[in-house]
Design a protein around this ligand. Structure first.
Ligand code: SF4
Length: 387
C-alpha cells in the first residue's frame, strides 16, 4: 500500500515564544471557526481532485492545534479519508491536556499525542518565552495515558540562555522517570531564526559547543534507556516510531491542509511541491471567494531530487549508499560503513549538514568539505519549513 501523509496546519498560539519563526499568530482567534470550515473545504477539494485518497498518517501541527476547540479539530479529522490503521498525531501544549479534550481526540480517531515540553526548568522556559508551568507536564502525560493513548511524544529544546548541564540532565531525567514515559522523544537544538526576539538579543544566542555537548548527553541517556535514534533529532522505543515523520524522511507523498502548509508528490524522475498562502486570513479569504489557496509550486527533477532524497536519508539510521560519500579522511569518525551503506556516527549527527555537503550524485562533484562544528541536530524535523 502506498503511504500518504496529511499535514494540517493550525496557525493559532496563545503567546509567541521568543525563538519561534513558524507561521502562527496570537491575534487571529476570531478566525478559528471560519478557518476550520476552510480546512474542511480544502480536504473535500483535495479528495475530489484525487490528491487525497486514503491517508496512512495525519499530523495536526502548528502553531498550537490544542488551541482549537477539540470538536472543531475532530470535524477536520472526520473529513480526511484514512486507512484503518492510520496514525493520527496532534501536537498539544501541556496545559491544554484536559481529560475531556483528550477523550474527544481519542473518540475522533487520534492515535498519538505530542506534547511541547521543551524543558522542565522554569527559568529555561522563561528564557525561551514559553508560558507553561512544568508541573503541567506530568499531568498531561498521565492524562494521555488515562485517555488510552499508548503513543506519546515529547518535544524538548536545549541550548537556551541560562540552561546548565544540570538543568538539561534534570529535564531528561524528569521525562524518562514519568510513570508513563513517552515512547518517542524529539530534542532540538535552539536555533536563532531571523526576525525573532531571540535574534535581536545576541546575549541569549546558543553556543555550538554547549549544544553539541547537550546532544551527546541526551543521546547517551536515551540509548541507555532503550530508545533508538530514528533521525538526528528524534528517538523512539521500538514500535513507537513516528510514521508521519518517517514518510517525510523517505521523501514520501503528503498533502498540506491549511495556511502555510506544503504538499509533495513524487514521480519517476522527480517531484512536485506546492504550498498555500502563509496567513490564515488569506487562506480563509481564498476559500470564501472560491479561489485556490495555493501560493506557489516547484518541480524538482533528476540529480537535485536524488540529492534531496540522500540528504534526508543521511539523517536517519538508513544512511546512504556507501558510494554516495567520498572515501575521504575528512569523514573519519563521522560515518561508519555498514555493508554497502554509510551511516552517521553520533559525532557525524552533530555535523550532519557538513557531511551532507559532501554527498555525491551522478552529476555532482563534492560540493563542500567538513570544517569546524556545524551542528545538524537543530534542524527542525516536524514538517517542511513554512513559507
Ligand atoms: S514555538 Fe510553538 S507554541 Fe511557541 S509560538 Fe511557536 S508554534 Fe506557538
Amino acid at each position: 500500500m502506498n503511504e500518504l501523509g496529511v499535514y494540517v496546519h493550525v496557525p493559532f498560539c496563545r503567546r509567541r515564544c521568543d525563538y519561534c519563526a513558524f507561521a502562527t499568530y496570537t491575534d487571529r482567534d476570531a478566525l478559528m471557526e471560519r478557518y476550520v470550515a476552510a480546512c474542511v473545504a480544502d480536504v473535500v477539494r483535495a479528495t475530489e481532485a484525487g490528491e487525497l485518497c486514503e491517508a496512512t498518517s495525519v499530523f495536526f501541527g502548528g502553531g498550537t492545534p490544542s488551541r482549537l476547540p477539540a470538536p472543531w479539530l475532530a470535524r477536520i479529522l472526520a473529513t480526511i479519508p484514512r486507512a484503518p490503521d492510520a496514525e493520527v498525531t496532534v501536537e498539544c501544549n501541556p496545559e491544554d491536556a484536559s481529560g475531556a479534550r483528550l477523550d474527544t481526540y481519542r473518540a475522533a480517531g487520534v492515535t498519538r499525542m505530542s506534547f511541547g515540553v521543551q524543558s522542565t526548568a522554569p527559568h529555561v522556559l522563561a528564557a525561551l518565552g514559553r508560558g507553561h508551568d512544568p508541573e503541567t507536564v506530568p499531568r498531561a502525560v498521565e492524562a494521555a495515558a488515562a485517555a488510552g493513548f499508548s503513543r506519546v511524544n515529547v518535544d524538548l529544546i536545549y541550548g537556551a540562555a541560562g540552561e546548565t548541564d544540570d538543568d538539561w540532565a534534570r529535564t531528561i531525567h524528569d521525562v524518562l522517570t514519568l510513570p508513563h514515559p513517552p515512547g518517542h522523544v524529539s530534542a532540538y537544538a535552539l536555533t536563532v531564526e531571523p526576525g525573532t526576539p531571540l535574534a535581536r538579543d545576541p546575549v541569549r544566542h546558543p553556543d555550538d559547543d554547549v549544544q553539541a555537548s547537550r546532544y551527546e548527553m541526551i543521546e547517551a541517556e536515551l540509548s541507555a534507556t532503550g530508545y533508538r535514534w530514528e533521525e538526528v533529532s528524534n528517538w523512539a522505543r521500538p514500535g513507537q516510531e513516528c510514521r508521519h515523520n518517517q514518510l517525510y524522511w523517505r521523501q514520501g507523498d503528503y498533502v498540506g491542509i491549511g495556511s502555510a502548509a506544503h504538499s509533495h508528490r513524487g514521480g519517476a524522475s522527480g517531484g512536485t511541491r506546492w504550498w498555500n498562502v502563509r496567513t490564515p486570513d488569506r487562506y480563509v479569504a481564498a476559500f470564501e471567494a472560491g479561489r485556490s489557496p495555493v501560493a506557489g509550486e516547484e518541480h524538482v527533477e533528476g540529480d537535485q531530487y536524488e540529492l534531496e532524497r540522500l540528504m534526508l536519508s543521511l539523517r536517519t539510521p538508513a544512511g546512504v549508499p556507501g558510494s554516495a560519500l567520498p572515501d575521504s579522511a575528512e569523514l573519519d569518525g563521522l560515518v561508519v560503513r555498514e555493508g554497502d551503506r554509510a551511516v552517521l556516527t553520533v559525532r557525524g549527527r552533530l555535523m550532519a549538514n557538513a557531511v551532507s555537503s559532501m554527498l555525491l550524485t551522478d552529476a555532482a562533484a563534492p560540493r563542500g568539505t567538513v570544517t569546524g562544528a556545524a551542528p545538524g541536530a537543530g534542524t527542525p524535523g516536524r514538517y517542511p519549513a513554512p513559507l
